[in-house]
Design a protein around this ligand. Structure first.
Ligand SMILES: *Cc1c(COP(=O)(O)O)cnc(C)c1O
Length: 392
């Protein structure tokens, strides 16, 4: 099928919930993607932060292939070699979090964390942040802030309140003896690429401890090397009670996980579960992905490449740019106008980037992006971002 045929079929049968691009993607290699007609694109989206290892990493491909011909599915009541290995590997990365629950996506990981917080504390309420994004199923949607995601779906979960991000004073007032958990991204992703301040996350930890609430950190986008550490929370010198991850955990194969700390209680058989959770195929892919992340030291690569990229972006002289911010290779460029025309111009120059809200260009390249590719990205960005743009 050529690009025109693929696009026509998808437009005919789509549910309608996605704004479809006029661009097919059928193949990937490292930081590159290819359309059905063979044209090459530099991927600065990683499928919203999934492809941290790049596309079609040979070690992940081999692990998937091998496990697919060994055992694909197994309910978690039966122990399995790949799952056991992954449990050891992933908990070794998160000191203080020795247990893990596996599921198939980010929103499911957040749902599990919310349930675990309630059953553990016997309390009902949650505090989340303004601009937060935690997913689109009812529980996680209740913690998601932006009305664009929520409108038309109310009533949502009662007992969830949103407080200003990076504001210790309001958090101090909001958390009380009825709070089951405080749920935070340490770098807000969808909300516009806002890193938390050191003081804020440390205060959140202290406030939760003082009031007997749990601290849930959502690392679904920031995890697995993206920000220059294995998990972004490591920048802040504290540990969470529950840590959600998904996106890049298994090299692109669907998987989510909740890492669980010692304060979390009452997780007894039947309290929660997932048919696909912890299946051997996803576990094998995750085992391979984690090995690659450690072998290639992708967290350090993200730190160095992120600093290099941010330095170059900050040097771009353009009155269209309001601010460049981020952590590691999680980068936001806040513009003074809507970013849709900029993203379109980038795509015409064969660079795929993301938005985060109306005015922020978000760059989440695979952590294996080369310095040559970063230089190319900066060159194209400086042309596109300095050009006169008309709002659509
Ligand atoms: C993407 C994302 C989610 C939701 O993950 P899905 O796999 O799309 O359900 C939740 N939280 C954060 C921080 C995310 O970036």
């Amino acid at each position: 099928m050529n690009s025109q045929e693929i696009i026509a079929i998808e437009n005919k049968h789509t549910s309608g919930v996605y704004l479809k691009q006029a661009l097919t993607i059928v193949r990937g290699k490292g930081a590159l993607l290819f359309d059905a007609d063979g044209a090459e694109y530099l991927d600065c989206s990683s499928g919203h932060g999934v492809a941290n290892l790049g596309h079609a990493h040979p070690k992940v491909t081999e692990a998937i292939y091998k496990q697919a011909s060994t055992l694909v599915t197994l309910f978690e009541t039966f122990p399995n070699d790949q799952r056991a290995m992954l449990m050891e590997k992933i908990t070794a990365l998160t000191p203080g979090l020795d247990r893990v629950f596996f599921c198939s996506s980010g929103t499911e990981a957040v749902e599990a964390a919310l349930k675990f917080a309630r059953i553990s504390t016997g309390r009902k309420n949650f505090i989340a942040a303004m601009r937060a994004f935690h997913g689109r199923t009812f529980g996680s949607l209740s913690a998601t802030f932006n009305k664009k995601y929520r409108e038309g779906f109310e009533p949502l979960l009662p007992g969830v309140s949103h407080v200003a991000y990076n504001n210790i004073e309001v958090l101090e007032k909001a958390v009380n003896e009825e709070t089951a958990a405080v749920l935070l991204e340490v770098v807000q992703g969808e909300g516009g690429v806002y890193p938390a301040s050191l003081e804020y996350i440390q205060a959140a930890r202290r406030i939760c401890d003082e009031r007997g609430a749990l601290l849930v950190v959502d690392e679904i986008q920031s995890g697995f090397g993206r920000t220059g550490k294995m998990f972004a929370i490591e920048h802040f010198g504290v540990t969470a009670d529950l840590l959600t991850c998904a996106k890049s955990i298994a090299g692109g194969v669907p998987m989510g996980a909740v890492l669980i700390g010692a304060k979390v209680k009452n997780l007894t058989p039947g309290a929660h579960g997932s048919t696909f959770g912890g299946n051997p195929l996803s576990c094998a892919a995750a085992n391979a992905a984690l090995e690659v992340i450690l072998e290639e030291d992708l967290p350090s690569q993200a730190a160095e490449k992120g600093a290099y990229l941010m330095g170059k972006l900050k040097a771009i002289q353009s009155s269209n740019i309001r601010e460049v911010r981020g952590l590691g290779l999680m980068v936001g460029i806040e513009m003074k106008q809507k970013v849709t025309p900029y993203l379109k111009a980038l795509q015409e120059r064969r660079i795929i980037a993301l938005n985060a809200g109306m005015t922020v260009i978000r760059l989440l390249p695979p952590l294996v992006i080369s310095y040559e590719q970063i230089d190319h990205l900066v060159e194209v960005l400086s042309e596109v971002l300095t050009a006169e743009q008309k709002d659509e």
